[in-house]
Structures are given as structure tokens and as C-alpha cells.
Write a protein that binds this ligand. Structure first.
Ligand code: MN
Length: 243
């Protein structure tokens, strides 16, 4: 049996192929899994659980079918969909995970994050992150109409794209010192995250301990999937299913 990890699908009405890819994945490979973990940015934008967006409703129904079919489903907030809340979880049957969280997978402990908190070289993003994760800010935002929230989210997305375009490649990646601090403070040997859209498995030492950082990729081209079994893990794509 397999536990599946995905992140950074960025589902949005403007990318219908990604929604199709995800719905096919839920009906296919995911339906046979032990559990599905979605490590943030399932949606390109999430302005509140009361948004009647039709693509989002299709995803909610498909996740509910998966969880009622007996597959445990977990979701973590990303920097795009951090307003996913209790109503979404009730509708889908998914359990909201804190970020970070330590999971035990077939006897092995793993530190799991979305990954944006590791991008500490981007200081202006970290300031923004602190603001929008503040409960008071979220309460004020959610009190606006859905239309107002969508307009603000669109402006924020445009601002984010302009900000990212002006940054060097290394600034928007995970900071290695922050990675090492996270592993040191948690006492873990393995860190799993998404967010950077740079899939890979990195090996390095922290205080003389052999450590690994697994990075999930996005779903724009292929659909990045980490398949974890009792025998070990494999980072691949939707097109490379293994048994
Ligand atoms: Mn992200």
C-alpha cells in the first residue's frame, strides 16, 4: 500500500487541464492509496470556504468521494490557499494539518511543511506571510464580500508575480540554513516540502547526521507525486506510476 504526497497544483479556472489531471488522479491512483496528503497550494487562490467557484466545487466533490471511499485525506495550507477552513474540511472529509507537522510513515518519522516558511531570503514575503496568517487580519478579510475578496486576491497575485520576477533564482528557493534549523530543532532526519516547484531529493549533513530534503514539484506540466511505501519512497510524476 502507498501513501501519496502532492502539492502546488494551483487549481484555477484558467488552467482546466490541471483540474482534469487532478480529478483523474483522484479517481485512479489515489483511490487505491492508504492516504493522500496535499501539502499546500491545491488552489491558486482561496478567498474563503463560502466562495461558490465551480471548479473549486468540483474538486470538493471529488475529494469527498475519495474520503468516503476510505482513503484518508489530509491537507496543509499553502501560501495561496491558507484560508481553507472548517467548512472545506467538513465538505471534503479532509483533515487540516498544521505547518510544520511530524508524520510517521511506515515507522519512519518525517518533518513536513508547505515550504514557504523556509524561503527566508525573501524577507518581504516573510513579512507578508506574518500579516496574512494573523487571525485578526483573516477575520477582517473574511468579513468582506466574496467579490471584494476575489479582487484583492487578484491584486495580490499580480503583485506577487511582479515581486518574484524581480528576484534572483536563489532568493526564492529554500534557505539551506533555515532547512538545517528546522531539522535540528525537530530532531528529524528527513524533511518533505513543496512550494518552490523544484522537485528533487537533496542529501546533506546536519551536525554530523545524514539528512534528506525531498521537494515536491508542481502540476503545471506533469503532476509531481511522492509515493511512500513500507519499502521506501519514490519521487515521480503522474506519468510514472510504479507498483
Ligand atoms: Mn506555495
Amino acid at each position: 500500500m502507498t501513501t501519496l504526497f502532492i502539492s502546488d497544483l494551483h487549481i484555477d479556472a484558467s488552467h482546466p487541464l490541471i483540474t482534469q489531471r487532478f480529478l483523474g488522479f483522484l479517481r485512479g491512483e489515489a483511490a487505491d492509496a492508504d492516504a493522500l496528503y496535499i501539502l499546500g497550494d491545491l488552489f491558486e487562490s482561496w478567498v474563503g470556504d463560502d466562495d461558490p467557484d465551480s471548479d473549486q466545487q468540483r474538486v470538493i466533490e471529488a475529494l469527498r468521494a475519495l474520503s468516503t471511499g476510505g482513503v484518508a485525506c489530509f491537507i496543509m495550507h499553502g501560501n495561496r490557499d491558507f484560508l481553507i477552513g472548517a467548512r472545506f474540511c467538513a465538505a471534503t472529509g479532509a483533515h487540516l494539518l498544521p505547518d510544520p507537522v511530524i508524520l510517521t510513515l511506515y515507522g519512519r518519522q518525517v518533518l513536513v511543511m508547505h515550504g514557504d516558511a523556509l524561503c527566508t531570503d525573501d524577507r518581504s514575503y516573510q513579512r507578508l506571510r506574518a500579516t496574512v496568517r494573523d487571525p485578526g487580519w483573516q477575520q477582517r478579510f473574511l468579513a468582506l464580500s466574496v467579490a471584494q475578496r476575489r479582487a484583492l486576491a487578484e491584486a495580490a497575485r499580480a503583485g506577487s508575480q511582479a515581486h518574484m520576477a524581480g528576484l534572483e533564482y536563489t532568493i526564492v528557493d529554500a534557505n539551506q540554513t533555515s532547512v538545517e534549523i528546522a531539522l535540528r530543532e525537530s530532531g528529524m532526519h528527513c524533511l518533505l516540502h513543496g512550494h518552490t516547484h523544484r522537485p528533487g531529493v537533496h542529501s546533506f549533513q546536519v551536525d554530523g547526521r545524514a539528512c534528506t530534503r525531498i521537494v515536491l514539484g508542481d502540476w503545471y506540466e506533469h503532476g509531481s507525486v511522492l509515493r511512500w511505501r513500507a519499502a521506501g519512497y519514490e519521487l515521480g510524476t503522474l506519468d510514472s506510476p510504479t507498483s
